[in-house]
Design a protein around this ligand. Structure first.
Ligand code: ARG
Length: 261
């Protein structure tokens, strides 16, 4: 009995060790070609960029996923997606657990200290989401309110900046749906979420939620692909990204994912 347990434990452990062993591996496909596997880190709480549509299955889908597929295919890599909290993405890059991050991530000066970034492929604005009829429309209206933001996001940074002049309480959560739940249940008065993503939640809760875009620092609103510092993938990916943007293929993805609502 004890022996079996030890055996079981060792095999569980070695599986754990194997999968923890660096980001890249190799995989042989049905045609017998061996391709290098790249691991993409994301936080799949961000429709239409990365999310799971439980009605369709349990795969992570979205604009960022298609973009990753497009680029890795062109470069001859297999793609594997790893879901985690947004806050854990840069640490995962640094620890070599993932090869790149595609998660609607904004290349801020702070993040550039710990990661390299591709060109910007999308630009978003910040939006205040609140209960319908709450009267919360501008940042000034946040005075005396409890405001939710995603942990580790630039919206969290923005809220902290606002809180220096506007007296409000900031609450951070790991995942965007949690912010929405807290508003619906009345624990938060509002949340700051990027417009493209916020609109989807508002659409799904038309009777209950409303949103208003707020002034957004343009330089810090773009999305880019993140890589470990010094990774040679940055240039490889960026070259393909530039080509795809020039050929209008990224625009086609925007149409596919954003114009269907
Ligand atoms: N653009 C914002 C940032 O970089 C929010 C991104 C959140 N992404 C996500 N997949 N939840 O901080």
């Amino acid at each position: 009995m004890k022996k079996w347990l030890t055996l079981l434990l060792t095999s569980v452990l070695s599986i754990g060790v194997l999968s923890a062993c660096g980001a890249s591996g190799e995989k042989t496909n049905s045609e017998g070609e061996t391709k290098k596997v790249l691991k993409m880190g994301t936080s799949a709480d961000y429709a239409p960029f990365e999310y799971i549509d439980t009605a369709k299955g349990n795969e992570i889908i979205g604009f960022d996923v298609d973009l990753a597929k497009m680029i890795t295919k062109e470069l001859g890599y297999e793609l594997e997606i790893v879901d985690m909290d947004f806050n854990g993405l840069i640490p995962a890059l640094q620890a070599g657990k993932v090869d790149f991050v595609l998660a609607g991530m904004t290349p801020t000066e702070e993040r550039k200290k710990n990661a390299d970034f591709s060109d910007v492929y999308y630009v978003a604005k910040n939006m205040i989401v609140a209960k319908k009829g709450s009267g919360i429309k501008t940042v000034e209206d946040l005075k005396g309110k409890t405001v939710g933001v995603q942990l580790g996001s630039i919206q969290e940074g923005e809220a902290k900046k606002l809180a220096k002049t506007i007296d409000m309480k900031i609450e951070s959560r790991n995942r965007i749906p949690e912010l929405i739940q807290e508003i619906l249940s009345g624990r938060f008065d509002a949340a700051i979420i990027e417009d493209t993503v916020a609109k989807g939640y508002i659409q799904n809760n038309k009777e209950k939620l409303e949103g208003h875009t707020i002034p957004t620092n343009e330089e810090e609103a773009g999305y880019a692909i993140a890589f470990p510092k010094g990774s040679k993938l940055t240039e490889e990916f960026n070259k393909v990204l530039k080509e795809k943007i020039a050929k209008g293929e990224v625009d086609k993805l925007i149409q596919k994912w954003f114009d269907q609502k």
